[in-house]
Design a protein around this ligand. Structure first.
Ligand SMILES: [Zn+2]
Length: 500
């Protein structure tokens, strides 16, 4: 019987559902056809697999070859099916015994010289096979890192011929897990680099502790970009599930694996697809790549309004559904948003020397160009000014290091998680009032303050979330009036659209 069945995996979002490659050889004119794929894709696969077999001193079967990938609706053409198709040909043409493929799955791209190349999304396949207890055969490149997945059984080889030799062995050697190395943790600038900016320092601490989204406004050169890139270094290590999701996303877009929160800073000219996800293959975008980390939008007002409006939904749900042609995938996107903007179109409005020539109307329009509903989701708005020259030259204190602050942030976050199973940022309406545990005096004081400042309900909730974090930082059970006053002192940038 010239028929073989090879198990493999395709990619569907962060999952890797099973796919079977069926190879059938029949007498007749030597042809090669992959059912369901177009003439062009079939020809490409044939060229690669044929060259790889011949370079590996294996025989290309001179038959009428039909390859079927099933279930067909799951399959998107890709190089990851090269290896399973080659294995199917070898088994069907009896160049490889059938027991060599029993209980094993295959994934990988073939080079024309027969070498095996790792494919994007291999991590998802490793996780899936680890759950089912099957052995996965793949490229040697990057395999030792993949072997860290608990329960994984991997056979890796640099090329097709070595893989065939390994499969024929009675007891092939499995890839050993790599000793965890800390070298691929990202290095972010240290907090001590911020001098003479107590407000910025405090805002970063609050943002890290409560997970609050942050908007900084100030002239160019006040350190907005530096502050944003410091933030991921202040965040505690990711929870195991979040870390795994972050790795899966990076693996899918072809980025190397890093430990801990990531930092993404897409340019304002980025397309919606690049930012939200959904290129031709419905891959994740920048907001998913920032999952568990920080998404920095510099020059916020330069981003098209349509792009900013799209951010609202993932900010709320922590995920994004990407739809392209026949594919629809859901990717996690729980990131911390840090945005920066200038005080006016020329950026000089904060200088007292009158160098800014922008009219009040221009400034108002400029600030309004940041989407109002997006502003509603940003708890912390800070206005920065240039530090004095003395402060810039002062020595940094050891208390100001990122490591120290991260320890405090970790404790504060644990308090929030044990109380309400989420960060203060994610507390909505009634929950935030319940979480604050206001005494009757504080409640009265709050109502007076809100009336005096004529704040909307949304805006009041934002301040309460920040006040809750301030109380958590001080280790206090209830939010007091002093926390509320401090929270109210974080005056929002007058965007004119913030709902105040
Ligand atoms: Zn100006």
């Amino acid at each position: 019987m010239h028929l073989s069945f090879i198990s493999t995996r395709c990619q569907a979002g962060l999952d890797a559902p099973p796919v079977t490659v069926e190879v059938h050889l029949s007498a007749g004119l030597p042809t090669f056809q992959v059912v369901g794929l177009g003439e062009c894709s079939s020809r490409e696969i044939r060229s690669r697999v044929r060259a790889a077999l011949i370079s590996s001193h294996l025989k290309w079967p001179d038959f009428n070859i039909t390859v079927n990938l099933t279930p067909a609706e799951r399959v998107t053409p890709g190089t990851r099916f090269d290896l399973p198709i080659a294995m199917g040909l070898l088994v069907a043409s009896q160049q490889l015994p059938r027991n060599a493929i029993d209980g094993r799955e295959f994934i990988g791209e073939l080079g024309l010289d027969g070498c095996l190349k790792s494919s994007r999304g291999a991590l998802a396949a490793v996780l899936a096979t680890a759950r089912t207890g099957t052995t996965l055969c793949l490229a040697l490149e990057g395999a030792s890192q993949l072997a860290n997945v608990e329960g994984s059984r991997l056979i890796a080889a640099p090329d097709l011929l070595s893989l065939c030799a390994a499969l024929k062995a009675a007891d092939p050697q499995l890839v050993k897990a790599q000793a965890t190395c800390s070298s691929n943790t990202c290095d972010y600038p240290d907090l001590s680099q911020i001098r003479g900016q107590p407000l910025l320092y405090r805002a970063l601490e609050l943002a890290a502790a409560g997970g609050h989204h942050l908007l900084m406004s100030g002239s160019p050169g006040v350190g907005k970009t530096l502050a944003a890139s410091i933030l991921p270094g202040l965040l505690p290590p990711l929870a195991p599930t979040t870390q795994q999701e972050a790795w899966l996303i990076r693996d899918l877009v072809g980025l190397s694996r890093v430990n801990g929160p990531t930092f993404r800073a897409p340019h304002h000219s980025s397309s919606i697809a690049a930012l939200m996800g959904g290129t031709a293959k419905a891959l994740p975008g920048e907001i998913s790549m920032a999952h568990g980390g920080v998404l920095f939008l510099d020059e916020l007002t330069e981003f098209p309004r349509a792009v900013l409006n799209q951010l609202r939904q993932p900010l709320e749900s922590g995920e994004i559904t990407v739809t392209r042609a026949e594919h629809q995938h859901c990717y996690p996107a729980r990131f911390q948003l840090v945005a920066a903007m200038n005080p006016c179109p020329c950026g000089l409005a904060d200088n007292d020397d009158g160098s800014c020539r922008c009219s009040p109307n221009m400034i108002r329009r400029y600030r309004q160009s940041a989407s109002g509903p997006l502003m509603d989701r940003i708890d912390l708005h800070v206005k920065l000014s240039k530090p004095s020259p003395e402060a810039l030259l002062s020595a940094a204190s050891a208390n100001d290091s990122s490591v120290r602050l991260r320890e405090r942030v970790t404790v504060t976050r644990e308090r929030q998680l044990s109380r309400q199973h989420c960060l203060n940022r994610d507390l909505a309406g009634d929950d935030i009032i319940a979480a604050c545990g206001l005494s009757s005096t504080t409640r009265k004081g709050l109502i007076e303050a809100l009336t005096a400042l004529s704040l909307s309900a949304r805006s009041a909730h934002r301040r309460l979330r920040v006040a809750r974090t301030l109380a958590d930082m001080a280790g206090e059970e209830r939010v007091s009036m002093s926390h509320i006053n401090t929270a109210l002192s974080y005056r929002e940038a007058p965007t004119g659209a913030g709902g105040e």
